[in-house]
Design a protein around this ligand. Structure first.
Ligand SMILES: [Zn+2]
Length: 139
């Protein structure tokens, strides 16, 4: 989860979320979920254009420099799931809430992370309609 560029102080990240889509820099490990192959053009937009949406910048051209160029986040985004937090895409309410793989550091910016192997196991097990329950609210 990234809260970058959002200045609201009342952001809350705990609850019961659906999964909008799975994604990965690596190819689909065998999930039945919708799967976005992360390319050079894959951004998670955090501006008003496509707020809180994973887009292909070549299909939606705009200055997305505030967004997250997802391919640059490896190994974190080798595999992941995009949670439907703020699925109404209200600007300022928080964007890019991901369930992803561990990176080089043992913590995340509020996202939920597991090992890459665990993520593969989870991806193979989940089905559309799965809920992800998060009961920890990062400070
Ligand atoms: Zn954008």
């Amino acid at each position: 989860m990234q809260k970058r560029n959002d200045n609201s102080s009342d952001f809350k990240f705990a609850g019961d979320f659906g999964v909008s889509t799975a994604f990965g820099i690596k190819e689909n490990p065998g999930t039945v979920m919708p799967y976005v192959d992360v390319t050079e053009n894959t951004y998670c937009c955090s501006d008003e254009h496509y707020y809180n949406q994973i887009i292909d910048i070549s299909e939606h051209p705009h200055d997305c420099s505030n967004g997250e160029k997802m391919i640059t986040y490896s190994p974190q985004y080798n595999y992941g799931m995009f949670l439907d937090y703020n699925k109404e895409c209200v600007v300022g309410n928080g964007s890019a809430i991901f369930f992803h793989c561990f990176g080089a550091k043992p913590y995340t910016q509020g996202c939920v992370a597991v090992s890459e192997q665990d993520m593969i196991t989870i991806l193979k097990a989940v089905e559309p309609g799965v809920r992800v329950v998060i009961d920890h609210m990062p400070l």
